[in-house]
Design a protein around this ligand. Structure first.
Ligand SMILES: *[C@@H]1O[C@H](CO)[C@@H](O)[C@H](O)[C@H]1NC(C)=O
Ligand SMILES: *[C@@H]1O[C@H](CO)[C@@H](O)[C@H](O)[C@H]1NC(C)=O
Ligand SMILES: *[C@@H]1O[C@H](CO)[C@@H](O)[C@H](O)[C@H]1NC(C)=O
Ligand SMILES: *[C@@H]1O[C@H](CO)[C@@H](O)[C@H](O)[C@H]1NC(C)=O
Length: 518
C-alpha cells in the first residue's frame, strides 16, 4: 500500500532536494509530476481487468498442458524444459500474480515451490544468467512481496520462508560456477554432473546481471558469500582492462576472458550480450545507495557517453533517436527490440539522480522504440531493425522513408522491453499518453499472438496476422509483458516504480520486484 498521500511525498522531496538536477530544480519537476499525474479512470481499470484476463488465459493453458514443465507450446498443447525443468513459467508468473492480486494462482504456485528439487535439473545445459534472473529473481520477489506488502495473499508464514529456503538451495547448486581463477563464472552449466562448458570467455551481460539477485540473497539470508562472489565477478566489469576495450568512458566491450579477467573486444552497445550490465549499474544504486555508489558512477559515465556517442537519428526521420552499436571504430546503425529497455533505464536513473537531461533522453528513446510498433502492420515492433540509409533493402525503401527504420528480423517472441520503457515513462511523467501507448501495444500483442491454449511468438510483425506461430509461450510473457501492461494502468502500490525517484522496490531485468535494502 502507498504509505503517504502524493502531496506529502512531494513536499518531502521538494524540501530535501535530490542532488545535481541540471535543467529543473526538484520542485519544478515534482510540481509537473503533480499536475500530470492522474488517477486511474474507468477506462484504465477496464484495461487492467483485460490484462488480468489475458494472464489467466495464459496461466490456464500452462497449468492444463505444461505444468510442471518450463513452458507451454500452445498450439500442440505440449511443453518444454528449456530452463532447467523446474517450472520456469510458474516461478516467473508468481510476482505478477501477486501484484494482480490473483489469490488462486498465487496459492497454486506457492504450493508447488517446496517440491522443486534444485539440486538436479532436466538433462542438458542451463544458463547461470537465465536461471538467476528468472528463478532466483522470481523466488526472491515472491518472498519480498508475500513477506511484506502482499502478506494477505500468503497462506502462512512458513510457506513464505520455504520460498527463501528454496532460493538458497538453488544458489547453493549454482555457486560452483564461480570457482574459476578470477572468480568470473562460467555461464553454461550441467548441474547434474556439476560441470561447465569450459568456455574461454563469458559475456558482459551474463556476468553483469547476477549481482542484484545474489547480493539480495546474501542480505536476506545473512550469508555474505552470495554477495561477495557476484561482486568479485562484477569488479572486472567495473574496472575494464585493457584500456582500449573501453572506447568511451563507461562503455565497455562484450567478451571477458574467464582465466584473466581481460576484455577481448571493444564491441559496445545496449544490445543483447551487453544490455542488462548497464541496467544493473543504476539498479544496484537504487537497491542500496550506500554500498553501491561506485556502480552509479559507472552508470552515469556510460549514460553520458551513450548520449554523446551512441545516439543516432535516421536520415529519413531526424526526429527519431535510436541507440547505435559501436564496434572497433565503426557504427552498425542497427538495434534490437531487446535494447528498447534503455529508455526506461535512463528514466529510472534520471528520476533517482534528479537529472532532467537523462529523463529527456530516456523519453526520446521511448518515442523511437514506440515508433517501431506503430509503423508495422500488426502494431508490434520487430526483433531487430536498421537505419543505414546506404543498405535499405529495395523492398523496404518506402517503409524506411516513412518509418525511419527497416526491418532486419521481423519476428516477435513476446518480448517486453517496449512496454517496459513505456511503463517507466508513465510512472515518471504521469502523462496519460503513455497509458494509451501501452494499451495499444498490449491490444496488438493480445490480438496477434493469442493462439491455441495460450499465446505464441510470431514470424512477421509486418504482415497482418503476424505470419506463422513459433508455438512457444515464453516464460517472460508472465513475468514481464503482463506485469508492465497491468501496472501502468493501475495506481501506486509500494512495489510500483516511483515517480519521485524514491523507490521501495527495484525490478530485476525479468521484472521481478525486489525490496530495496535498509
Ligand atoms: C489444446 O487444448 C485446448 C483446451 O485447453 C483445446 O481447445 C485444443 O483443441 C487443444 N489443442 C490440441 C491441438 O489438442
Ligand atoms: C534431488 O535430486 C538429487 C539428484 O538427483 C537426489 O539425489 C535427491 O535425493 C533429490 N532430493 C529430493 C528431496 O528428492
Ligand atoms: C580493430 O581494428 C584494428 C584496426 O583496423 C584491427 O587491427 C584490430 O584487429 C581490430 N580489433 C578487433 C578486436 O576486431
Ligand atoms: C545517407 O546519410 C548520409 C549521412 O547522414 C547523408 O550524407 C546522405 O545524404 C544520405 N543519403 C541518402 C540517399 O539519403
Amino acid at each position: 500500500m502507498r504509505v503517504a498521500p502524493w502531496f506529502l511525498v512531494l513536499l518531502f522531496v521538494a524540501c530535501s532536494g535530490t542532488g545535481d538536477a541540471t535543467a529543473h530544480p526538484a520542485w519544478v519537476r515534482e510540481s509537473l509530476l503533480l499536475k500530470n499525474n492522474r488517477r486511474s479512470t474507468d477506462t484504465d481499470s477496464q484495461r487492467a481487468a483485460a490484462v488480468k484476463q489475458a494472464f489467466q488465459t495464459a496461466w490456464d493453458g500452462y497449468q492444463d498442458h505444461a505444468l510442471p514443465h518450463d513452458q507451454l507450446h500452445p498450439l500442440t498443447n505440449s511443453s518444454d524444459d528449456a530452463l532447467g525443468g523446474w517450472g520456469a513459467s510458474a516461478i516467473d508468473a508468481l510476482s505478477t500474480a501477486v501484484v494482480m492480486g490473483n489469490a488462486d494462482v498465487v496459492k497454486k504456485i506457492v504450493s508447488l515451490i517446496p517440491a522443486i528439487n534444485f539440486t538436479s535439473s532436466s538433462p542438458g545445459t542451463i544458463s547461470l544468467f537465465e536461471t538467476t534472473i528468472r528463478y532466483l529473481g522470481g523466488l526472491l520477489a515472491g518472498y519480498d512481496l508475500l513477506k511484506g506488502p502482499a502478506a494477505s495473499l500468503a497462506a502462512s508464514p512458513d510457506t513464505v520462508e520455504t520460498i527463501l529456503a528454496q532460493a538458497q538451495s538453488l544458489a547453493d547448486s549454482l555457486k560452483y560456477a564461480f570457482n574459476t581463477p578470477t572468480g568470473i563464472p562460467y555461464n553454461y552449466l550441467d548441474l547434474n554432473s556439476k560441470s561447465h562448458d569450459n568456455a574461454q570467455t563469458n559475456g558482459l551481460a551474463t556476468v553483469g546481471t547476477l549481482v542484484l539477485e545474489w547480493s539480495h540473497l546474501a542480505d536476506l539470508t545473512g550469508n555474505a558469500e552470495y554477495g561477495t562472489i557476484s561482486q568479485k565477478a562484477e569488479s572486472y566489469l567495473l574496472n575494464p582492462q585493457p584500456a582500449w576495450t573501453q572506447p568511451f568512458p563507461g562503455l565497455v566491450g562484450t567478451n571477458v576472458a574467464i582465466e584473466t579477467g581481460l576484455f577481448q573486444d571493444n564491441y559496445v552497445g545496449w544490445v543483447a550480450g551487453d544490455d542488462s550490465f548497464y541496467e544493473y549499474l543504476i539498479k544496484m544504486y537504487v537497491y542500496d545507495p550506500s554500498r553501491f555508489a561506485p556502480y552509479k558512477d559507472r552508470w552515469v559515465a556510460a549514460a553520458e557517453s551513450t548520449m554523446s556517442h551512441l545516439a543516432s537519428s535516421p536520415t529519413s526521420r531526424p526526429d527519431l533517436t535510436f541507440l547505435d552499436v559501436y564496434n572497433n571504430g565503426t557504427y552498425n546503425l542497427e538495434s534490437q527490440h531487446l535494447a528498447c529497455f534503455a529508455g526506461g533505464n535512463f528514466l529510472l536513473g534520471g528520476s533517482v539522480l534528479g537529472r532532467q537531461d537523462l529523463i529527456n533522453f530516456g523519453l526520446k528513446l521511448v518515442d523511437g522504440c514506440h515508433e517501431t510498433y506503430v509503423k508495422t502492420a500488426t502494431g508490434i515492433g520487430p526483433e531487430s531493425f536498421g537505419w543505414n540509409n546506404a543498405t535499405v533493402p529495395a523492398s523496404q525503401l518506402a517503409f524506411y522513408q516513412d518509418a525511419g527504420f527497416y526491418i532486419i528480423n521481423p519476428e516477435y517472441i513476446l518480448r517486453p522491453e517496449v512496454l517496459e520503457s513505456i511503463y517507466y515513462a508513465y510512472r515518471i511523467t504521469g502523462d496519460q499518453k503513455y497509458r494509451d501507448w501501452s494499451w495499444a501495444a498490449f491490444t496488438a500483442i493480445d490480438q496477434t499472438t493469442r493462439a491455441g491454449s495460450g499465446f505464441s511468438g510470431i514470424s512477421n510483425v509486418n504482415i497482418p496476422g503476424g505470419g506463422s506461430f513459433d508455438d512457444v509461450q515464453q516464460s517472460f510473457l508472465f513475468a514481464e509483458v503482463f506485469k508492465y501492461s497491468y501496472l501502468i494502468q493501475t495506481d501506486g502500490e509500494e512495489w510500483q516504480v516511483s515517480g519521485s525517484g524514491h523507490n521501495q522496490f527495484v525490478f530485476n531485468t525479468e521484472a521481478h520486484p525486489l525490496r530495496v535494502a535498509g
